[in-house]
Design a protein around this ligand. Structure first.
Ligand SMILES: Nc1nc2c(c(=O)[nH]1)N[C@H]1C(S)=C(S)[C@@H](COP(=O)(O)OP(=O)(O)OC[C@H]3O[C@@H](n4cnc5c(=O)[nH]c(N)nc54)[C@H](O)[C@@H]3O)O[C@H]1N2
Ligand SMILES: Nc1nc2c(c(=O)[nH]1)N[C@H]1C(S)=C(S)[C@@H](COP(=O)(O)OP(=O)(O)OC[C@H]3O[C@@H](n4cnc5c(=O)[nH]c(N)nc54)[C@H](O)[C@@H]3O)O[C@H]1N2
Ligand code: SF4
Ligand SMILES: [Mo]
Length: 759
């Protein structure tokens, strides 16, 4: 948004733009000052209705990302392999023709399943992709879909899918009103939060304590978040499911189940009582490393609090029992009466969302299984941990080609060395990515999108996970230079046209029309908000001219708060967003049960069959008290100045003290002969890394913590700064043979390793 209109000819004048930061889930408002085509300054937008000026060290680096000389501006085509690879810049028509030349014969000969698609994390921070990725998936029509969700939050989708009927009905902690927060496996002081969009998460936690509430952090490590909490409860990695089931056990044993639970809304209470029988505090104490009295006290505190939220994230999800843990955390919330009430866990209602009828078809997994290992499909995806199996294993349906969009699976997926070798063997790989990195160096064609400042923005995903109902649209700060680039949604549309056989030069606005018709078609059908009107009528009423904006406008105007294209005169339109450059505040979260449910019963399913059937696996795990014969276990960690594996080419973020250390406890260091600053070799079933040791008692004895996202020493990647701060990649050690079977999610924490001094 330009608030100081200045003549473009006057290069000395500055312009101020307001834009939501797309780098993480916190969605901070930025105030960006430009002069001509230069960024002068980026700081927090103090008037942003949600973030109020908060910003982390990454937010201002949109400037550095914009000017990064390593960022690709034109399509690249590779000839030669490995060390002999050479890259040539080509025009966009030529790039799409090359993709057509490589992919179509392969599809012709081996079928569509021979081409896999991987969508990485920035996909969900991207308006163009949020709206056009579906068109690519439809055009590809392959069963081989993969995403970063199975190294992240898939267990949460599965638990919510079963309990509430929709994998996207995810309750979030009502941070601003809660009086008690039990937080497991999350470190928002570094990560700024996830599956809980709350700019200045740390400030909101401090506010809980300031108003007399309590914050309890369950984490194997003494994290920055734990240090700022009222209480830190160290737990053995991987044991959250056991802890939470024991808490449910205590709720029944001590008669702490809320008297207000409406039996017409909640189904399966008795089945839960029976199921948690084996998980008494005494039974799980050794496995969790938390004594029975503490488990009882933690439970009583949640039950007694005026309001309480139980919130689990990465450390609760990326473990062997991730789905059960996610389910059990919502059980504690629900059974204490804290689901769907202010201060508890609540369901946001996004501007683009719609109210439901309180019933639906429900959620199922396993509608198909993966070819090699038989993993059930979850949300039409297979686990990324099994992509290497599908590429390496010959036979009908073998994956021979891959499209990656905004992903770096060569660093982010488990057993990454194996996966990377598999990528190198592909007959064709196409990557939509701004960098030539560890993954895209294996591509035959790289299609670089414009950078964040050259894109408009709207958080389709994170407005559904925010602790307030808010909405914020940002026009792009700079235009896309048509001599070099095309908009990202056009890249997706053109790729979709190639894959559907319409050709490399087909008009991408065909896809615009198809995407828009899907949304408008819902509105104009009988019972829709614009019943009786035609899609042409509605298009004539729209402010946005084309592209994702037009689809966004259609979603907003037909959504829960929308004007219904005239049906509701006070409703929100796209123009409303344009008129609110600092964001539109739609208010605090409101109770949504039972309307939000899509279960066939119309009830919250507290005891889904499949989850009960997984419990014997947890009982069996209680027998193994610690990692086998002297092994240590991996515990992941993030640093505020990093972002997964991809922002390490920004000098201001990576400079200074080496953060890429393997943290170990002093007792283990003494026992194993490891010294602070000395190198150590860590070995797991699948791989080995060497890195400097950091001795610290912030790590529990028996744990080893590598940082997230390193390993930038790959030959032929083109990220000069990252290569100088290469670090190690923890996913050389994580095991693609270990999954949470209910979600297909990888196990990234609690992986057994051995460690010895090196060199
Ligand atoms: N600075 C920065 N911010 C980021 C990212 C980043 O890479 N860097 N990545 C973004 C992404 S994609 C995501 S998904 C979010 C993730 O956001 P968070 O979920 O907050 O992720 P982490 O900071 O990794 O915190 C996970 C915590 O779980 C702990 N843990 C490990 N194993 C266990 C266990 O078994 N039980 C329990 N209770 N705890 C355990 C770890 O010690 C760690 O402190 O962060 C986002 N924000
Ligand atoms: N050991 C271990 N592994 C982990 C985790 C962990 O905690 N521990 N965390 C996991 C989590 S939570 C996640 S989300 C995954 C992430 O896994 P991925 O999404 O596969 O990896 P990222 O590092 O986020 O890589 C993002 C890629 O997108 C590109 N990119 C950036 N912006 C854009 C854009 O606007 N458009 C396009 N087209 N491309 C863009 C970057 O250049 C980079 O190549 O990693 C997981 N892996
Ligand atoms: S916390 Fe996240 S959204 Fe906010 S400035 Fe930092 S990276 Fe951007
Ligand atoms: Mo993530």
């Amino acid at each position: 948004m330009t608030d100081t209109a200045t003549g473009p000819a006057d290069a000395a004048e500055t312009t101020t733009h307001f834009r939501t930061c797309p780098l993480c889930e916190a969605t901070c408002g930025l105030e960006i000052t430009t002069r001509g085509d230069e960024v002068v300054r980026i700081r927090g937008d103090r008037d942003d209705v949600f973030s109020r000026g908060f910003i982390c060290p990454k937010g201002s680096t949109l400037k550095q990302l914009h000017t990064d000389p390593d960022r690709l501006r034109r399509p690249m085509v590779r000839t030669g392999e490995g060390a002999d690879a050479t890259w040539a810049e080509v025009g966009w028509d030529e790039a799409f023709a090359e993709i057509e030349r490589r992919l179509l014969p392969l599809i012709e000969e081996h079928g569509r399943d021979a081409v896999a698609l991987y969508l990485g994390n920035p996909t969900v921070h991207n308006l163009g992709a949020g709206i056009y990725a579906r068109a690519l998936i439809t055009a590809l029509a392959s069963r081989n879909l993969y995403s970063a969700s199975t190294v992240d939050q898939m267990p949460r989708h599965v638990s919510c899918g079963a309990m509430y009927g929709s994998p996207d009905a995810i309750p979030v902690p009502d941070l601003d009103r809660t009086s008690h927060l039990l937080m497991l496996g999350a470190n928002p002081y570094e990560s700024n939060g996830s599956l809980c969009t709350a700019p200045d998460f740390p400030g909101r936690l401090e506010a809980i304590r300031a108003r007399g509430g309590k914050v309890v952090v369950v984490d194997p490590r003494l994290t920055k978040t734990a240090k700022h909490a009222d209480e830190h409860v160290p737990i053995r990695p991987g044991a959250d499911g056991h802890l939470l089931l024991a808490m449910v056990h205590v709720l029944f044993a001590e008669d702490l189940i809320s008297a207000e639970l409406d039996p017409t809304v909640y189904a399966g209470i008795d089945a839960v009582r029976d199921a948690v029988e084996p998980f008494s505090p005494e039974a799980v104490a050794e496995h969790t490393g938390i004594d029975a009295d503490t488990i009882r006290r933690l439970t009583r505190e949640v039950a007694a609090a005026e309001s309480a939220a139980v919130y689990g994230r990465i450390g609760t999800n990326t473990v062997a029992f991730g789905t059960v843990a996610s389910w059990a955390s919502d059980l504690v919330t629900a059974l204490t009466g804290n689901l769907d009430r202010p201060g508890g866990m609540m369901f946001p209602l996004a501007l683009t969302g719609a109210k439901g009828s309180g019933k639906g078809r429900g959620f199922a997994t396993g509608r198909s299984t993966s070819r090699v290992k038989g993993h059930p499909e979850v949300r039409s995806e297979y686990p990324i941990a099994t992509l290497a199996d599908e590429i390496e294993t010959e036979g009908d349906g073998q994956v021979r080609a891959l499209i990656t969009f905004a992903g770096n699976p060569a660093r982010s997926a488990p057993n990454s060395e194996r996966l990377e070798a598999a990528l190198a063997s592909l007959e064709c790989m196409v990557s939509i990515d701004p960098y030539l990195n560890e993954t895209t160096r294996h591509a035959h064609v790289i299609l670089p999108p414009p950078d964040a400042l050259e894109k408009s923005h709207y958080d389709l995903a994170f407005t559904t996970l925010a602790v307030r109902n808010v909405a914020n649209y940002s026009p792009s700060v700079f235009p896309v230079d048509p001599a070099e680039q095309i908009p990202e949604h056009t890249i997706l549309a053109r790729l979709a046209l190639v894959l559907s056989g319409m050709g490399a030069t087909a008009d991408p606005t065909i896809i615009d029309g198809l995407v828009l018709d899907r949304v408008l078609g819902r509105a104009t059908k009988p019972g829709g908000v614009a019943e009786g009107k035609s899609t042409t009528d509605l298009v004539a009423l729209m402010a946005a001219e084309d592209g994702p904006e037009r689809v966004l406008e259609a979603m907003i105007r037909t959504g829960a708060y929308g004007d219904g294209f005239g049906a509701n005169h006070d409703g929100v339109t796209f123009q409303t967003l344009l008129d609110h450059p600092h964001g539109l505040d739609l208010g605090a979260l409101e109770p949504r049960l039972p309307e939000v449910l899509k279960t066939p019963s119309g009830q919250v399913e507290l005891a889904p069959e499949g989850f009960l059937a997984d419990l014997p696996r947890l009982v069996a795990a209680m027998a193994e008290v610690a990692a086998p014969n002297g092994h240590l276990t991996l515990i992941g960690r993030r640093h505020v100045r990093s972002n997964n594996s991809w922002m390490h080419n920004v000098e201001v973020l990576v400079k200074g003290k080496d953060r890429c250390t393997l943290q170990v406890h002093p007792d283990d260091a003494a026992r194993l002969g490891l010294v602070d600053g000395g190198d150590a070799e860590v070995t797991s079933r699948v791989g080995k890394v060497v890195a400097p040791v950091g001795v610290t008692d912030e790590i529990p004895a028996g744990g080893v913590s590598p940082p997230r996202g390193g390993g930038h020493d790959a030959p032929a990647a083109r990220m000069a700064v990252a290569a100088r701060h290469a670090g190690v990649n923890a996913n050389v050690l994580t095991d693609d043979g270990q999954l949470d079977p209910l979600s297909g999610n990888a196990v990234l924490n609690g992986v057994p390793v051995t460690i010895t001094p090196a060199g």
